[in-house]
Write a protein that binds this ligand. Structure first.
Ligand code: GDP
Ligand code: GDP
Length: 435
């Protein structure tokens, strides 16, 4: 499970500046998928060699009303789910009443908290930092988020508070493909989980230990092992009446990261909404194989079905590699067929790719369509090799590769995808100069 870091602070202190700085390096994959929308409040970052989930929270001063109150609820939930809280304040403004209110909220939650004194540029730190000690919250670390000054020291400090990675409790081969069922509240995740596990051909083992709130369910179907990551937590409810657990974006992102294949459930009755697209963006950012399940397909009028299909075609062009299934988790229609896509996506995501084969495809791609000239010199792409699985990473070596434009990277990606017959998984192209 990825550790979670929450950024907290009143508006304008520099939370999103820090967020963007920390998540930027993870955007490389996303750049290949034009049209992808992501939730700017949730992102993945790599700090000092640790992958983490970063949450940029909104207000939590305690006096929010209406929609702000709902946002504050989400923020408090994010804080509860965080391993470390970074409380940002603004050195230029000094200590404000809003900072004090946030500090009050944080004090009641006793989370490891670091106080980040941002915008320390252009002020005298000895004078500017002094008032913040009054808050009596965690260690004080000065930063300039816009230029990155102090950020490295902050991150070195943050990793000390991160939990040790927990060793998996069952051997990998017994787990089989790890499948995460994700989606917004009420799309039918729990119904689908029960349906998948309730099939005649399925043998469910004793539920292994739980990590956080997602439940890992180990089972066999047609003598093949699988592990289902149940973000809805249905199997934990003692009875059907017990209230539905709070939907958690953090929990969802952790499950996505930990899965091999993600089944994203969308409610056909409601159609595609922004949150579906955000979740899809997170799946691609994590590089996970993806199967889309359009649920509640039962009892829909023909013209509604046609409308939903048209919408999908229009808005999901950027994930045209993913299979889409029209299912009814309630009646079981189409549910078994999900496995065909799960298996083929997993195969594609974990195929062994030989240097020879990849290099031949690269040479063919270049001969069909040359890279552009840069200052009168042709960019040279020489050879390719595999750099990782799930997602497949194709590393291409050449000259001036930093000049290769995004559209050409997309062309390469498409060509590799086609030549290697890869389905259901994002493909990451990495360009390197020199040998
Ligand atoms: P948020 O509302 O907390 O997310 O704050 P933003 O990240 O949007 O930053 C608010 C403003 O402060 C923007 O104009 C940033 O460019 C600026 N800012 C952020 N960090 C720094 C900093 O370290 N120094 C200075 N001088 N400005 C900063
Ligand atoms: P979750 O919050 O994503 O876990 O969603 P649930 O599985 O709890 O389902 C939410 C509601 O949608 C429940 O009332 C289900 O009975 C209903 N539902 C789930 N799947 C289907 C389906 O395929 N068709 C129809 N008509 N209703 C469904």
């Amino acid at each position: 499970m990825l550790p979670v870091i929450a950024l907290v602070g009143r508006p304008n202190v520099g939370k999103s500046t820090l967020f963007n700085r920390l998540t930027k390096s993870r955007d490389a994959l996303v750049a290949n998928y034009a049209g992808l929308t992501r939730d700017r409040k949730y992102g993945e970052a790599e700090i000092e060699g640790h992958k983490v989930i970063l949450v940029d929270t909104g207000g939590i001063s305690g006096d929010e009303e209406g929609i702000d109150e709902a946002m504050a609820q989400q923020s408090l939930q994010a804080i509860d789910e965080a391993d470390v809280v970074l409380f940002l304040v603004d050195c230029r403004d000094g200590l404000t009443p809003a900072d004090e209110m946030i500090a009050d909220q944080l004090r009641t939650r006793s989370k490891p908290t670091l106080l980040v004194a941002n915008k320390v540029d252009g002020v005298n730190p000895d004078i500017a930092l002094a008032p913040f000690y009054e808050l009596g919250i965690g260690e004080l670390l000065p930063t300039t988020a816009t230029h990155g000054r102090g950020v490295r020291a902050l991150m070195e400090r943050v990793v000390k508070d991160l939990p040790e990675p927990v060793e998996p409790e069952i051997a990998d081969e017994a787990k089989g493909i790890k499948i995460a069922i994700v989606g917004r509240p009420n799309v039918g995740k729990s119904t689908l989980v029960n349906r998948l596990l309730g099939e005649d051909r399925v043998v469910v083992y004793d539920e292994p230990g739980t990590t956080r709130d997602s439940v890992y369910i180990n089972y066999e179907r047609d003598d093949k092992p699988y592990t289902l990551i149940d973000t809805a937590g249905i199997r934990r409810r003692k009875n059907i009446r017990e209230s539905v657990e709070k939907f958690s974006i953090v929990k969802t992102l952790q499950a996505v990261e930990d899965a091999n294949v993600v089944v994203l459930v969308i409610d056909a009755r409601e159609g595609l909404v922004d949150q579906d697209l955000h979740l899809m963006g997170s799946v691609i950012q994590a590089g996970r194989a993806l199967v889309v399940a359009l649920n509640k397909w039962d009892g829909l009028e023909d013209d509604h079905r046609q409308y939903v299909k048209t919408e999908l075609e229009r808005r999901l062009r950027f994930v045209d590699f993913a299979d889409i299934h029209f299912i009814s988790a309630l009646h079981g229609t189409g549910v078994g067929h999900l496995y065909e896509s799960i298996e083929s996506a997993y195969q594609s995501a974990t195929d062994k790719l030989s240097t020879n084969h990849l290099t031949r495809i690269l040479q063919w791609a270049v001969s069909e369509h040359q890279p552009p000239l840069v200052h009168g010199h042709r960019i040279k792409l020489r050879y390719a090799h595999a750099g990782g699985q799930n997602p497949p990473v194709i590393v291409i070596h050449g000259n001036q590769t930093e000049q290769v434009p995004a559209h050409y990277v997309r062309y390469l990606e498409k060509t590799f995808r086609k030549a290697l017959d890869l389905h259901g998984t994002p493909v990451k192209i990495e360009l390197r100069s020199g040998s």
